[in-house]
Design a protein around this ligand. Structure first.
Ligand code: ZN
Length: 564
């Protein structure tokens, strides 16, 4: 069936509630483990259906935000999904309190009930109002950022419209574009300060209501981190500081020399080569066709996957009027169908969609056999292994997209992973500071951000830009506002993906097969178990980064970047 023909009917919350309560009663009165598991599956069916309808609305609304029907359905879902979450929590509690819990563990593995325990810990009806307030504040942040309307070069641009100018070959243009970009945040300094402060306060309040000392601990549970806590993450950040920051700093120095500059300023950082950054050499249709060839040649699994996506119209990649910004991958369980959404814009980012988002989609396609919704995707740090590793598995096909710019693309992509790790650690350390000291003033928070930046990114030079020197940069990092403590997950996954990169050079077939097996496990195990299964080194261990970094440095040293 084609995506356009996937039928949508509004899930009736009253009916669903009645049906669910009946199942819950039957679960509580079950006379045997078989009966209990059967009733569990019945509620799973309801969950899969509601989740499918929710995703259909979400996708169709984001493809055309002007469509009235799906606009209304989207509002209905916003109102009713918290009610459904409450039903799910009830379901979870019955499982944990049941005499058949052991049978559940035997069937699904202990990981499921561990997830259930953490989910229950982070939710009580008493925090619903605070959760709603938090949602409202994050929506305000999103709207404020989306509302930026900046006059630049005679054009009205939003923030992402400024990005090509911030990567421009003309240095004066880069500087002006960057000043215009951060000018928006600077002009709204008070608003961003207040918004963030309110978020910190409401999150702290929820954490206290649930019995946590501070919000960071609640966030770790909310992210379903069953295996590690703030101490392990702290040690990991220290390892990045020790093993990656010096390397990233030397790469910035190399960039400065390559660009022939006296000083590498903050507005030069995204500009890689005097001859311009790597760009794909054709339009959207051309890119998609090369994508088809790539996945056909990569493996029989990806061939089957990409054919499935194409034949069922499960890719919406090109920018259109009324379409939401950004890119994502999601899953419609009733049709066992992943979906990829993006806005191609002619930069190398278009190719990253075809590899990164397709990596997520390939994973969920590979684990579509699980009937437990919790097992379709793993937790975030593990999810990003699939996507970031696919970026590396796709390297041999980059020639098709970038032609004479291929070396530029590979150099920038690989170098980018090393710049990213210290930045990710800085974002994480900052959030720990903020939520463990919730009474600091906005000014003190910004000052702390700047201190942390100096530690992890010592080469960053803001010149005489007062706003950035006082720590305003973090306003642009939406995760800090919208998805607290998520950011370190990208870095953990990056460390795993880099290991796949090294493995592909030793034996690409073996590395690929291990990756496919990892994808098939979906979310049935926690992060470190998946890492172990995949034969990867645990990123938290002190000897992991020192073993990988020299290999990546050697790769970069083998590229004659000064002549690109
Ligand atoms: Zn991703």
């Amino acid at each position: 069936m084609n995506f356009n023909d996937f039928p949508y009917t509004r899930p009736n919350m009253e009916e669903i509630t009645v049906k669910s309560k009946t199942i819950f009663n039957q679960m509580q009165e079950a006379k045997s483990k078989e009966e209990f598991l059967l009733k569990m599956s019945e509620f799973n069916e309801i969950r899969l259906h509601v989740d499918s309808m929710l995703n259909l609305v979400y996708i169709r609304h984001s493809i055309d935000t002007r469509d009235e029907f799906y606009g209304k359905e989207n509002d209905y879902m916003d109102m009713n999904s918290p009610r459904f979450q409450e039903l799910q929590t009830e379901f979870y509690k019955i499982i944990l309190g049941s005499p058949y819990k052991e049978a559940v563990d035997a069937k699904y593995g202990e990981h499921f009930t561990n997830l259930v325990e953490l989910s229950i810990k982070t939710f009580k009806p008493e925090i619903i109002e605070d959760l709603q307030k938090e949602n409202k504040l994050t929506s305000t942040y999103n709207k404020l950022v989306a509302s930026a309307n900046i006059m630049f070069e005679g054009e009205e641009l939003n923030l992402s419209g400024l990005i090509p100018f911030m990567e421009h070959e003309d240095r004066a243009m880069r500087k002006r574009a960057s000043e215009a970009y951060f000018g928006f945040f600077s002009e709204n300094e008070k608003t961003f300060d207040d918004l963030f402060d309110e978020l910190v306060q409401v999150r702290t309040k929820m954490a206290k209501t649930l019995g946590y000392d501070n919000y960071s601990l609640m966030a770790y549970d909310g992210l379903l981190r069953t295996e590690y806590g703030p101490e392990e993450v702290k040690g990991y950040r220290e390892s990045i500081l020790k093993n990656v920051t010096p390397l990233a700093t030397s790469l910035r120095e190399r960039q400065r020399e390559r660009l022939g500059l006296d000083k590498l300023m903050y507005y030069d950082e995204t500009f890689s080569f005097t001859t311009g950054n790597a760009k794909p050499k054709g339009d959207a249709e051309w890119i998609i066709n090369h994508g088809k060839t790539m996945y056909e040649e990569l493996s029989k699994e990806t061939h089957e996957f990409f054919t499935f996506m194409n034949e069922r119209n499960l890719l919406d990649l090109v920018t259109k009027k009324g379409k939401e910004a950004g890119g994502y991958c999601t899953y419609i369980p009733e049709f066992k169908a992943p979906f990829i959404f993006s806005n191609f814009n002619g930069t190398s980012g278009d190719i990253d969609v075809l590899t990164h988002e397709a990596g997520h989609a390939f994973q969920v396609f590979s684990s579509r056999g699980f009937d437990l919704p919790e097992y379709h995707f793993p937790t975030y740090e593990a999810c990003e292994i699939h996507s970031m590793s696919m970026e590396f598995f796709a390297y041999p096909w980059m020639e098709n997209f970038f032609e004479e710019d291929t070396k530029k693309y590979k150099y920038s992509h690989l170098e980018g992973t090393l710049f990213f790790l210290p930045y990710g650690a800085a974002v994480d350390e900052f959030q720990h500071f903020v939520y463990e000291n919730p009474n600091k003033t906005p000014k003190e928070r910004r000052a702390q951000w700047r201190e942390i930046e100096k530690k992890y990114l010592p080469s960053r030079d803001y010149g005489a830009h007062d706003f950035l020197n006082q720590g305003g940069f973090f306003f642009r990092q939406q995760h800090i506002f919208n998805s607290p403590f998520y950011y370190i997950d990208y870095t953990l996954a990056q460390v795993c993906a880099l290991q796949y990169y090294v493995k592909t050079q030793e034996n690409s077939e073996k590395a690929w097969n291990q990756y496919v097996e990892l994808c098939k496990l979906g979310g049935s195990k926690p992060f470190l178990k998946l890492v172990e299964f995949a034969g990867l080194e645990n990123p938290f261990m002190a000897d992991t980064l020192p073993a990988i970094m020299p290999k990546i440095k050697e790769e970069l040293d083998n590229i004659d970047d000064k002549n690109l």
